[in-house]
Design a protein around this ligand. Sequence first.
Ligand code: ATP
Length: 246
Amino acid sequence: AAPDSLLEFRNIRVVYDNAIEAVRDVSIAVPEGGIVALLGSNGAGKSTLLKAMSGILYTEEGVIESGSIRFRGEDVHHLAPDELVRRGIVQVPEGRRVFASLTIEENLQMGGYTRSNAAARERRDKVFALFPRLHERRDQIAGYMSGGEQQMLAIGRALMTDPKLLALDEPSLGLAPLIIDRIYEVIVRLRDELKMTVLLVEQNAQRALDIADYGYILETGRVVLDGTARKLAANEDVQEFYLGVS
Ligand code: ATP
């Protein structure tokens, strides 16, 4: 892989319950400052890769059987989840899990727990600048917000830790097109204005390839195709199977 990769999966193999091979020999490089899309249908192994990267496979009896995950040139696949967050690897899990009974502001505070008050306030103001909607509704209870607002909050909470690499697991899932536009605009700003590196997991290949620099397509635990987003979007197989064009 390119030497300037911020994150690298090398020949990763993940097995659940000593039996189910969810990821088989996958190598993926995420260059610094780029958006890399990880595409593929249900069960392809996308979430498993994110869980491996976040150190949370063990919660589901999953084990990295072989291979390595390197972040800024160091092996990190043995590190605990909180240490990975401290190093700058942060994930917004699928299903936008927010603290439903807390306000928006309180949710953001929970995300900034590793930082001093002044630093946390500064981060919060940045999040509010990215998502004015969250600022408008900061005293509202998160559980009563729309799915789109909850997705914004889940992203905002992840940003409170000042990540170097932000992984998003299906941020467009179940949202209306206009809301997806809003969220994707922010993802592009994270790369262009905040110089963040983004790993974008999506079933919505069209959307993801519109903003990504590079993409990988996963099928049953293997990378079957990778290339620049432009190349993938022009590929006939990709168009037929993932973009709904025929
Ligand atoms: P989705 O979009 O549905 O999340 P995915 O591409 O993220 O799909 P994974 O969730 O990583 O796919 O699943 C990959 C494979 O691993 C699937 O065959 C799935 O059934 C299996 N798997 C996932 N989690 C577990 C688990 N906790 N225990 C056993 N098998 C699992």
